[in-house]
Design a binder for this molecule. Structure first.
Ligand code: N01
Length: 500
């Protein structure tokens, strides 16, 4: 039997692949990535619905340590993003380190050995000195709590598990949801299907999206003078960063964002009644901003109808709305988001002294700087609690988390520690400040979104600028952690050495 791994990474999406690359660049080679699927890519492998694309510019929605001069347009589609992830796997030689078909069922920490025991469905357990959670918050499709869900006799598709064999030609389709996925799907469906009914519960703020093909000469320039690409990335970063003032907090700039969206609505929708139905009644930024030039035009096609009556139930032949009308459909498309575990964990995680993380997170997840949790030594999170940006690229935030946690793992291994555990006191103080700051953000201003728990606790977003988030993760502060040496190893209890 082989010995424990230095690092086990759970998930081969953007976060898992990025972690593996940085570990290798920092000289840590004994790791494996455990992936439940048979391909890398995570959410970009799973979200292949027609029109799937990123609404953050590709130059910013990619890693600084793996720049891609070949992006074909400003906002690339899901297939191109997936190719980028595949290319990273090839270029950094990660394929042999990925164990596909490994569905994790639990993690248990053994304090005496300082090892995590990882169990899988129908695979032998694996032990590791450290674990990186990279399974992503948007991994599992979320179906709404609407009665009669199983009564429907037609075809059902969720945006995150698209059925490419289903032919929409000549079909009557009902789309539930009008979020980021829906506004990308609806224009595509409206082009194909006989009729599309869009069931809207809450209209979102929609901003114009200026997408351009990247000229071959520009790509050549990025290839030959990489600095130009870095500068463009910086420009995108600061452009997004400045929008934080209007998106994260309610400020005069919020009115500007709302005005731009209302002008976009006015320019694209002539009918005042339809405009009224599409006008949001919450602060811009409270839910994710939507970017689309073809959503409003699609809704006004002859074959498209917006339904704003609440859904009463799903019936065998379609959807019945609250006023009693039955809307028949051949296919129901659920663009209803994800089952995000804001109060739990994707599988049981048992830490020091038998504590169970899902129980501690019952009222909402929390961590230290989104990355580490007291009581769970040698365990690190990507996209952990309160690491979401509302205005900038998630990959910029992810990169900072990865750099931080790979440094912490370097520390654990270099100093041959049994346990590296964040101090409860530091974690509590961090979260007290964080929750106080969250109270004045737009996310907590009264709308319903996947950022909040049912009780309104925000376990998802970071209340600040991207620069603040990345700066706080720029270095592991040894005084934040308790270090326990392995038995018989002479290590200073105080972790003060420079990181390896
Ligand atoms: O999901 P959502 P999504 N009856 O949760 C509606 C990322 N993403 O898949 O607003 C009727 O935003 C719900 O209505 P309401 C991004 O982080 C990124 O669109 O709750 N409707 C809403 O309209 C995003 O935030 C990209 O009233 C019901 C919709 O379903 C996240 O994924 C692209 C309902 C769910 O919207 C999720 O986006 C796409 C019910 N019972 C997605 N229940 C990029 O470009 C729910 N809804 C990077």
């Amino acid at each position: 039997m082989s010995g424990p791994l230095d690092v086990a990474i759970i998930g081969a999406g953007f976060a898992g692949i990025g972690t593996a690359i940085r570990l290798r660049q920092k000289g840590i080679g004994d790791f494996a990535i455990f992936e439940r699927g048979d391909r890398v890519g995570g959410t970009w492998r799973d979200n292949t619905y027609p029109g799937a694309a990123c609404d953050i510019p590709s130059r910013l929605y990619s890693y600084r340590f793996a720049p891609n001069p070949e992006w074909s347009q400003t906002y690339s589609g899901s297939a191109e993003i997936l190719r980028y992830i595949d290319t990273m796997v090839g270029e950094f030689g990660l394929r042999p380190s990925i164990r596909f078909g490994h569905t994790v069922t639990g993690l248990v920490f053994d304090e005496t050995t300082g090892l995590w025991d990882i169990s899988f469905t129908e695979k032998p357990n694996v032990k590791a000195r450290s674990v990186v959670m990279a399974s992503g918050p948007l991994a599992n499709p979320g179906f709404p709590a609407i009665s009669g869900l199983d009564d429907f006799g037609g075809h059902r598709i969720h945006s995150a598990r698209w059925d490419h064999d289903y032919d929409f030609t000549g079909k009557t389709v009902a789309v539930i949801g009008t979020g980021a996925s829906a506004v990308q799907i609806i224009p595509e469906l409206a082009r194909k299907a006989r009729s599309v009914k869009v069931f809207q519960r809450t209209p979102g703020w929609v901003l114009p999206r200026v997408n351009r093909d990247t000229h071959p000469l520009t790509r050549r320039m990025y290839r030959t003078v990489p600095l130009t690409q870095d500068l463009v990335r910086e420009a995108w970063f600061w452009g997004h960063e400045s929008v934080a003032l209007g998106v994260v907090w309610n400020s005069p700039l919020t009115r500007v964002v709302e005005s731009v969206a209302l002008l976009h609505l006015r320019a694209q929708v002539r009918d005042p009644w339809l405009r009224r139905q599409l006008t949001p009644d919450f602060r811009a930024g409270c839910k994710r901003l939507l970017l689309s030039n073809d959503y409003y035009p699609a809704l006004q096609r002859d074959n498209c109808t917006l339904v704003t009556w609440p859904i009463a139930r799903i019936v065998p032949r379609g959807i019945r709305t609250a006023e009693g009308i039955e809307h028949r459909a051949d296919c129901l498309v659920f663009a209803t988001g994800f089952d995000v575990s804001k109060q739990g964990t994707p599988f049981p995680i048992t830490g020091r002294d038998g504590r169970v993380l899902a129980q501690e997170w019952q009222r909402g997840a929390y961590a230290y700087k989104s990355v580490a949790v007291s009581g769970y030594p040698n365990l690190f999170f990507t996209f952990g609690p309160n690491s979401g940006p509302g205005h900038n690229s998630a990959l910029v935030y992810m990169e900072a988390q990865i750099d931080y946690l790979t440094d912490a793992i370097g520390l654990l291994l270099d100093r041959d520690l049994r346990m590296l555990e964040v101090s409860r006191d530091r974690q509590d103080r961090y979260n007290a400040v964080l929750q106080r700051r969250l109270a004045s953000t737009t996310w907590n201003s009264g709308c319903r979104s996947w950022y909040l728990t049912e009780d309104g606790f925000n376990a998802t977003m970071y209340p600040g600028f991207g620069t603040q988030f990345t700066r706080q993760l720029a270095a592991v502060d040894p005084s934040d952690y308790l270090a326990t040496p392995r038995a018989g190893v002479d290590v200073d209890r105080r972790v003060g050495a420079r990181l390896g």
